[in-house]
Design a protein around this ligand. Structure first.
Ligand SMILES: *Cc1c(COP(=O)(O)O)cnc(C)c1O
Length: 417
């Protein structure tokens, strides 16, 4: 048997040396998928192997196939790094191997989630009484938020969707911006609404919802159950919907308001960007990511709901063998889609402690300022900047699509970023 302490130290050393050099190595993988398939593949092992050999084999197999998303050279998609304390805390969560289902299974995991959840609500300007589920990411958070919405609007119409499903249910209207994130659509698929149900609202030039069009769309249909999906942080442009104006219109129509704020909600933490999310507290549910702007390792997201009873009514469950095992209070798995789950609250708690309010504000603000500088530099070099840089997203083109593709390919081949 390999000594566990030696093994974990070897793993930590491999991870730390990878991270120590991440700013000097090519940002992209240097071996392609087929080469990596050959490294990882082969016949199913028939016999046991020493754990230290397995670790060595994994490090060898992955070499050249890791992408430097955690490093300073990576600018694609909306990607976070991983703060030191959060990385170490995530390793502890694995080492401790806690099941964060309930306070009976891990009171420490539940207490960390409660503390981190309270800090998150304060930072993001969300109601202190809201419930927070520690989920895998904004996809899961959108699904939980929309499940709560589905429960609430149908209960108000006299329909128990948890018991009776959607067959025969009153029709629910779902109104969302034309530039909503695709995970909203996937959540609607999973919840049985389908994607054709969406009544799309026009977007403005930067991809935020057009409030007059929202009023027009909502005014078209009759009263009855309705859900409005707003967005803080358009994945292409960073645009934030005018949350107060949109929420006031949605509220007048009695709709549930869900905000997909995977990264944009973090604008609340920067005094200079806070105005972008003004009115965010008016919504009923919010989705946010830990693994993007907070720089918590994957996978980490937050499903926040202004109505804890609705949140749990939509997603919690029990069984005879679990009776009393949660100590009565709602916790852990009562707010998420998972049952047994990793204690992912430790990493978020550690990230928030490591940076503190000032550290997070500085991180968000510096990131936004660098995005503006990035855009200015690219524009000076002849690129077209296609978005108004309001947050951390820069959308650049280099003439026609073919030329843009060629330039991006060249940049990636060069490996500097
Ligand atoms: C990234 C993102 C999502 C999906 O988040 P995951 O963490 O990948 O599940 C949803 N909405 C927006 C606006 C995003 O930027």
């Amino acid at each position: 048997m390999t000594d566990l302490s030696q093994l974990l130290q070897a793993a930590a050393t491999a991870a730390a040396s990878y991270r120590a050099t991440i700013g000097d190595r090519p940002a992209n993988a240097t071996r392609d998928l087929d080469q990596l398939r050959a490294s990882f593949g082969g016949p199913l092992p028939a016999t046991p192997a020493p754990a230290s050999d397995v670790l060595d084999a994994l490090v060898k197999a992955a070499a050249g196939g890791l992408v430097g998303t955690a490093g300073p050279r990576y600018f694609g998609f909306v990607i976070g790094g991983a703060l030191h304390a959060a990385t170490a805390a995530d390793i502890l969560a694995t080492g401790w191997d806690q099941c964060a289902f309930s306070s009976v299974l891990s009171p420490a995991a539940v207490a960390a989630e409660e503390a981190a959840g309270a800090w998150l609500k304060e930072l993001l300007l969300l109601p202190a009484t809201a419930s927070v589920g520690f989920v895998t990411g904004a996809q899961a958070a959108n699904t939980v938020g929309l499940a709560a919405a589905r429960h609430h609007v149908l209960a108000a119409a006299g329909w128990d969707v948890e018991a009776d499903g959607l067959y025969g249910a009153p029709r629910v209207r779902i109104v969302a911006g034309a530039e909503r994130h695709a995970t909203i659509d996937r959540a609607l698929r999973l919840l049985g609404f389908g994607t054709n149900i969406v009544e799309a609202v026009a977007a403005d030039r930067n991809g935020a919802i057009n409030v007059e069009d929202l009023a027009r769309v909502l005014g078209q249909g009759g009263a009855g159950p309705a859900i409005v999906c707003l967005q803080a942080g358009n994945v292409n442009t960073g645009a934030v919907d005018p949350l107060r104006a949109a929420s006031e219109i949605a509220r007048r129509h009695g709709a549930w308001i869900h905000v997909d704020g995977a990264f944009g909600l973090w604008a609340a933490v920067s005094p200079m960007r806070q105005h972008l999310v003004e009115g965010v507290h008016l919504a009923d549910s919010w989705a946010c990511d830990g693994h993007k702007w907070l720089n918590v390792p994957y996978d980490s997201g937050f499903a926040v709901c202004a109505h804890p009873q609705v949140h749990t009514a939509a997603v919690s469950y029990t069984a005879p063998y679990l009776a009393g095992s949660g100590g009565g209070a709602m916790s852990g798995a009562d707010f998420t889609l998972e049952s047994s789950r990793r204690a992912r609250g430790f990493a978020t708690w550690a990230a928030l402690r490591e940076l503190g309010r000032e550290g997070i504000a500085a991180l968000v603000e510096r990131n936004c300022q660098l995005a503006s500088r990035f855009a200015q530099g690219l524009a000076a070099g002849g690129a077209e900047i296609a978005n108004e840089v309001v947050l951390n997203q820069v959308l650049a083109g280099f003439g026609d699509d073919a030329r843009t593709e060629r330039i991006i390919e060249g940049v990636q081949r060069d490996g500097t970023c």
